[in-house]
Design a protein. Structure first.
Length: 341
């Protein structure tokens, strides 16, 4: 590769995860790749942030690890991160094979060793952050454990401690938050349970909507008590919605679609991604659908999330790489967020 080749090689930023603390203030975890005639380089974890709703971004910091979604081989044992979450303007976490923490808005990051194994999900609410750890030894079945830490303004995040659950999950639990409660959707192999974790450290559980012993996803709506669940059923996925914080559930007809993910908006609507047809549709609780405008009809969504009934985000993958889409009208229109300005 010549110096000319290097200077002319295109570099693109690929978004893989987003976390918002307000309508205007959010962070994007991603990686940059430079493509040469004989290959590509890059893949290190980079965090960008905006305080004006995405009109301008700045490079907040970097983490000395590789992003898991990078399409290139890496040496065995090299840690990776795949997601980012912020609890407020200063406290945030990047997680995957390893867990990192920032107390200065993402400028510097510290590796956390109090949470063993890899972190498969993480969520924050109020002054608490919960991490779901997966550990496995000697080929045994994975073990899933929940850890919790607390944080406050102008102070470092506190120590992590194990949370005792009322059951033992046999699949990676999925966690989402609303109000002062974290909701954990977990399977024991014989039953599917919805666990509530409150800010005082207490927990309670009741039946969930999904099939035991299969992975599931939980999405929280922009209104109190609204939960949507994507339940794996083997051949395709089923969608359920609750308007009373999981006390009761009703199945949403999907017309045989193989749902990948659902982003809850209200008890009557959500954005659905599946592997057939349009990358996103507005799914209504009666099973009807409305077409939405997207920047790339050939893309596929790997993440959907709403921070209010109006504002939502999608990580979209296409041949050109991974992009961040944003809506400000409840999912009817989506636009690509330009993270180069």
């Amino acid at each position: 590769m010549s110096a000319s080749d290097a200077s002319n090689a295109p570099t693109t930023f690929n978004a893989v995860s987003v976390s918002a603390v307000s309508a205007d203030h959010f962070w994007v975890l991603g990686y940059s790749m430079t493509k040469y005639a004989d290959g590509a380089s890059g893949g290190g974890a980079t965090i960008l942030s905006t305080t004006d709703g995405g009109a301008h971004f700045s490079k907040t910091g970097t983490i000395d690890v590789i992003v898991a979604q990078v399409p290139m081989s890496r040496p065995y044992g090299v840690p990776t991160v795949s997601d980012i979450r912020f609890g407020d303007a200063t406290h945030g976490w990047a997680y995957g094979d390893a867990l990192f923490e920032t107390d200065d808005g993402g400028t510097t990051w510290t590796a956390i060793t109090q949470v063993p194994g890899s972190v498969v999900d993480l969520a924050t609410v109020g002054d608490s952050v919960w991490a779901i750890s997966q550990t496995q030894t000697n080929g045994d079945a994975p073990t899933y454990t929940v850890y919790r830490a607390r944080f406050s303004a102008n102070a470092p995040t506190g120590a992590w401690s194990k949370v005792e659950l009322p059951l033992t999950p046999n699949q990676p639990p999925n966690i989402a938050v609303q109000g002062d409660t974290a909701y954990l959707l977990a399977s024991t192999g014989t039953s599917d349970r919805l666990i509530r974790l409150t800010a005082d450290g207490k927990s309670a559980d009741e039946p969930g909507p999904c099939t035991p012993d299969l992975p599931s996803k939980l999405s929280i709506g922009g209104r109190a008590g609204v939960l949507w669940a994507t339940c794996t059923t083997g051949m395709m996925a089923s969608i359920y919605v609750s308007s009373d914080a999981g006390a009761t559930w009703r199945q949403v007809p999907t017309g045989g679609s193989n749902a990948i993910d659902v982003g809850a908006i209200t008890a009557s609507s959500a954005i659905l991604a599946d592997n057939v047809g349009d990358p996103l549709v507005l799914l209504h609780a009666d099973g009807s659908r409305s077409k939405v405008d997207v920047p790339d009809s050939a893309a596929s969504a790997s993440f959907i999330g709403f921070t209010s009934t109006d504002i939502g985000y999608v990580i979209a993958s296409a041949n050109a790489g991974c992009a961040l889409w944003r809506t400000t009208d409840g999912g009817l229109h989506w636009s690509t967020v330009n993270m180069h300005g």
